[in-house]
Design a protein around this ligand. Structure first.
Ligand code: NAP
Length: 320
């Protein structure tokens, strides 16, 4: 089969399409014919060798994908060959024509969800779901700012929060991104490249501030976020690419708090709940993954460059 292999850590050019043996499922494992692969920013950090999770070389990247069960190992009874599934983590990597997974890492893909959409479920929707339901226990009627709403996690957050009954404010850096965020359910949108957008956010809340912030670029925004919070407000750090200075008094005066997590740390019980919630949302249409761009698997390097550039529009998906 064809698969992307990383033989040394480095820039996008280290992603090479190679011929490798198609894996065979051992007991408890599932072989999935991958029809679409989700590209996530962390794939690029891992490829650089700077991420908390550093795989042994060579490795095939990718935790997110969707396709059809090709074969199952002994003892597998939750899925069978021919089933449409999405993949949430793998044993051998999703940037490939076939991926081995554990039985617990494949989940039914509802009929109305395409393979390309299915490739954008686990990391983006799992993260947004965990942030809103499990980490901060967001409640209907609360005001939520999604700081960076046009990308994978942001759009997932907009759709989930809207379905939960929150008042959603979202930011993006392009006209196209702003339109998408609005279309997917945000009540108010703001351009995070404009110098006065934070004042506009405060104004939209009648000067009260927001109850909750999902932060995609904490190294740039965390200090400012604290000044946008209402009393008892909370910020969830989802993405950060460096250090930042904050004024603790901004927290003290508001009795506010900062939360943070990585999805890797979700417990088995949390993961089970996340998948149940996401599958229900995909079935009833409140969750609709947005595929902004599809590229052939051979263009993985281009996808890794583009995912870090401004102008996000939902997900970038690779097609093996
Ligand atoms: P993505 O699809 O590339 O989207 C990036 C988002 O950040 C876009 O909405 C982009 O908006 C926005 N952005 C750019 N500049 C910004 C600024 N100055 N202020 C606020 N937002 C800004 O990435 P993603 O998949 O949504 O992930 C977002 C971040 O969360 C990444 O850093 C990723 O590594 C991290 N993440 C963490 C976890 C976790 O477990 N903690 C899980 C998933 C993702 P424009 O392009 O429109 O400017």
């Amino acid at each position: 089969m064809k698969a992307i292999l990383v033989r040394e850590f480095g820039g996008p050019e280290v992603l090479k399409l190679e011929d490798v043996p198609t894996p065979r499922p051992a007991a408890g494992q599932v072989l999935v014919r991958i029809h679409a692969v989700g590209v996530n920013p962390y794939d690029t950090y891992m490829r650089n060798g700077v991420y908390a999770v550093k795989p042994p070389l060579p490795y095939t990247p990718g935790s997110d994908g969707a396709g059809v069960v090709e074969a199952v190992g002994q003892g597998v009874n939750q899925v069978k060959p021919g089933d449409r599934v999405y993949v949430a983590k793998t044993v051998t990597g999703a940037y490939a024509e076939y991926a081995l997974t554990l039985e617990s890492q494949v989940h039914p893909l509802p009929a109305k969800v395409s393979y390309a959409q299915g490739a954008g479920i686990w990391v983006p929707y799992g993260t947004a779901y965990h942030a809103l339901y499990q980490c901060t226990r967001a409640r209907a009627g609360e005001t939520l700012l999604i700081h960076g709403a046009s990308g994978g996690v942001g759009i997932a957050g907009v759709q989930i929060a809207r379905a939960m009954g929150l008042i959603v404010l979202g930011t993006a850096g392009t006209e196209k991104g702003l339109e998408l965020v609005k279309r997917e359910g945000a009540h108010y949108v703001f351009d995070h490249t404009k110098p006065d957008y934070r004042e506009q956010i405060l104004k939209a809340t009648g000067g009260l501030g927001v109850d909750l912030i999902l932060e995609m670029l904490a190294n740039v925004n965390l200090g400012h976020d604290l000044k946008l919070l209402a009393p008892q407000g909370r910020v969830v750090v989802i993405g950060s690419r460096g250090d930042v200075t904050i004024s603790p008094r901004d927290l003290m005066t508001r009795r506010a708090s900062i939360h943070a997590f990585t999805l890797w740390g979700a417990t088995e019980a949390e993961e089970k709940e996340i998948h149940a919630g996401l599958i229900a949302g995909l079935e009833n249409g409140t969750l609709r993954p947005i595929v902004g761009k599809e590229l052939p698997l051979a263009e993985a390097a281009r996808a890794h460059k583009e995912i870090l550039e401004p102008g996000a529009f939902g997900k970038i998906v690779l097609v093996p």
